[in-house]
Design a protein around this ligand. Structure first.
Ligand SMILES: Cc1cc2nc3c(=O)[nH]c(=O)nc-3n(C[C@H](O)[C@H](O)[C@H](O)COP(=O)(O)O)c2cc1C
Length: 333
């Protein structure tokens, strides 16, 4: 594909999204403040953390909190997980008032607590269930459905094409492949050639739905490489965005043929403090300062001589503690 059209709008069902750089769902990370920040920094679409359909049906407070939308989230998508359809009608009733742009179904989570219920990547063992789930949603709500899945449960049971077909049979409007099996977890490398195969398969079968790629997008250059090498329509950034929301703008620049912008320490510090303030607005100072510790350590990853600052951060309990730590960081570099 030629360079100038690697960044482009995508149509998902009846909705056009202005670009193809999405923030992936990340349990424990993609909360309202982080999604908001990633939008400020160039993400074209965001997803909630994975939300239990059963928890939604039961109206659990923690589950409902995951559905909150950031003020700048004009578009947002809700990711659901379930191992059967029992709670789905009730969950969809709850979901209606949130009016998500689309609903994504998690078929990739490898965590045993999730897979033992038949949900997450265990769905890969049950293609007819994904057909049924997608069909039930598309019949109940005028909202497009997407499916995020892996290449299979393990190396001996790779069935991503069969699974993609099952999702499309139910009426899925978009597919995202995390190009690893469940047994691989998050390492070693994702096999991007399977993204090519999936894209080719869908074209051959006449399914003109956007195919997104996920796996090993750690640098802005990886985004360009995946779009160029695999022919996918868009990408979902995951670990590459943790402590690094700059990646969206950097990727946009590279896709526009510009140089990759180097992020200065001043800019990094100012984004850490912006992130902290978004967290404080959302959670209040005490909870925000505790939760911000992990994000800050991610922002400082790879910066030399920050171990003393990190030790301060893991004890930070007030906004003031972060300000002091950031002043010390600035002075030490
Ligand atoms: C901490 C963490 C939480 C994740 N949570 C979710 C999730 O809630 N839903 C989901 O579909 N994938 C989830 N994923 C998978 C990512 O969205 C992504 O597919 C995967 O990390 C591969 O991309 P990467 O190699 O670029 O990180 C998670 C991954 C990590 C590391």
């Amino acid at each position: 594909m030629s360079e100038q059209n690697l960044y482009h709008p995508v149509t998902i069902g009846n909705t056009q999204i202005k670009g193809n750089l999405f923030l992936a769902p990340l349990a424990g990370y993609t909360d309202v403040p982080f999604r908001s920040l990633c939008i400020e920094m160039g993400a074209d679409m965001t997803f909630t953390e994975m939300v239990s359909a059963e928890g939604l049906f039961r109206e659990g407070d923690k589950t409902l909190a995951l559905l909150q939308r950031a003020p700048n989230e004009k578009e947002y998508s809700v990711q659901l997980f379930m191992g059967n359809t029992d709670s789905l009608p009730g969950a969809l009733e709850q979901l209606q008032s949130y009016n998500p742009t689309f609903i994504d179904i998690n078929c990739g989570c490898p965590v045993p607590k999730v897979t033992k219920t038949g949900a997450g990547s265990a769905m890969m063992k049950n293609p007819p269930l994904i057909t049924e789930i997608v069909r039930m949603i598309t019949r109940a709500l005028p909202i497009p459905v997407s499916v995020k899945f892996r290449t299979g449960w393990d190396a001996n049971s790779e069935n991503y094409l069969e699974f993609a077909q099952a999702a499309l049979d139910g009426g899925a409007s978009m597919l995202t492949l995390h190009a690893r099996t469940r047994s691989q977890g998050y390492a070693p490398f994702a096999d991007w050639s399977k993204l090519n195969t999936l894209k080719e398969y869908c074209l051959q079968k006449g399914h003109d739905v956007p195919i997104f790629g996920s796996g090993d997008l750690f640098h802005a250059q990886d985004v360009k490489r995946m779009l160029q090498e695999t022919g996918v329509d868009g990408v979902m950034l995951a670990r590459g965005a943790m402590g690094n929301p700059f990646i969206f703008q950097q990727a946009r620049d590279i896709l526009a043929g510009k140089e990759e912008r180097i992020i200065s320490l001043e800019e990094r510090i100012s984004v850490i403090l912006r992130h902290l303030d978004l967290m404080i607005d959302h959670y209040g100072e005490q909870s925000a300062c505790i939760q911000m510790r992990k994000h800050t350590c991610s922002y400082l990853k790879g910066i030399a001589n920050t171990s003393a600052i990190k030790q301060e951060i893991v004890k930070a309990g007030r906004r003031e503690d972060y300000l002091l730590a950031m002043q010390r960081l600035q002075a030490s570099c």
